[in-house]
Write a new protein. Structure first.
Length: 300
């Protein structure tokens, strides 16, 4: 393959069915993902990435960031610091403050669930310095299992969510021909002092990730270009967008100027050929000749 673009072989058939009016379009579920950054030395920040377990049906083996879908309980009243839910509603382009709160809560909750990093503190100016230990792991596991609401977790520990530690970076919506769709906001955040990410448990078959890495955006993008690292278009696109920044602080400062217009893939038929593209991201354009002639997974 010429690069590491993840491309499911069933897409051409689904695209043709959509064009023929034979495919019902699923409503996208809201989701959030966080590009967690740390100083990597040499004027290059590093980003935390997870490799999705190869046995997973969707994007198995692809590298991604910590993240996931919004839990309905993410709208519960929560201890909060930083820009208000009203301000976040304006920034994220949603109608209600409760909706914005849910997206931000999902970003912080999923980051803790998947990386062990918690963007919260005992005060509006503080942040937790250590999230290791059996008690933290028990709470993390309860959140993953949906046995514990994030608001209850913060309340029990006397912590406030630090929304000011997040910067909204991009928004991507799963193509209309996918059966499982997500409307995903990408955020940036700096690794809090004293905290460290947890390693993936390769032996835990129930876990979504089997490997975690810290890597500079340019090195990860180069691995993708060589076909060594598998990624979905939103992942490699946001990686490339991080390359100009020399530190986590510089990226966070730039987040407020980022355009959050949603990116949604477009597909059209030209004869028997499917043309798949992501507006503003020409490198992902995919041409699929005739039915049954798809290349099975990669794109050039």
């Amino acid at each position: 393959m010429s690069n590491g673009q993840w491309y499911p072989p069933e897409w051409p058939e689904r695209i043709r069915a959509l064009a023929a009016g034979e495919l019902a379009v699923a409503a996208p579920r809201r989701a959030a993902t966080v590009m967690l950054l740390r100083d990597g030395g040499g004027g290059r920040p590093e980003v935390h990435m997870l490799r999705r377990r190869t046995t997973m049906a969707f994007a198995g083996g692809a590298y991604a960031y910590p993240g996931g879908g919004v839990d309905p309980r993410d709208e519960q009243p929560v201890r909060w610091a930083g820009p208000s839910p009203d301000a976040w509603a304006d920034r994220l382009g949603v109608a209600a403050p409760a909706e914005a709160q849910a997206v931000v809560c999902a970003a912080v909750r999923e980051t803790f669930e998947e990386s062990g990093v918690l963007l919260a503190g005992p005060t509006a100016a503080g942040v937790v310095q250590d999230t290791t230990g059996d008690d933290w792991e028990a709470d993390r596991a309860a959140l993953v299992a949906r046995e514990l609401a994030f608001a209850d977790f913060l309340d029990r520990r006397g912590l406030v969510l630090r929304s000011d530690l997040l910067g909204a970076w991009a928004r991507w919506i799963t193509p209309e021909f996918e059966p499982r769709r997500f409307d995903t906001w990408f955020f940036v955040a700096a690794l809090p002092a004293g905290q460290r990410t947890r390693d993936a448990d390769a032996a835990d078959c129930a876990a979504e990730a089997d490997r975690t890495v810290w890597t500079s955006p340019d090195q990860a993008a180069a691995g993708y270009d060589r076909g060594e690292l598998l990624m979905m278009p939103p992942t490699i696109a946001t990686l490339r967008s991080l390359e100009p920044y020399r530190s986590p602080a510089e990226a966070l400062a730039a987040a407020g100027r980022r355009d959050l217009t949603p990116v949604l893939a477009q597909a059209r038929l030209e004869g028997e050929q499917v043309v798949l593209s992501w507006p503003g991201h020409e490198e992902f354009t995919k041409l699929v000749p005739a039915a049954g002639a798809a290349d099975g997974g990669s794109a050039g």
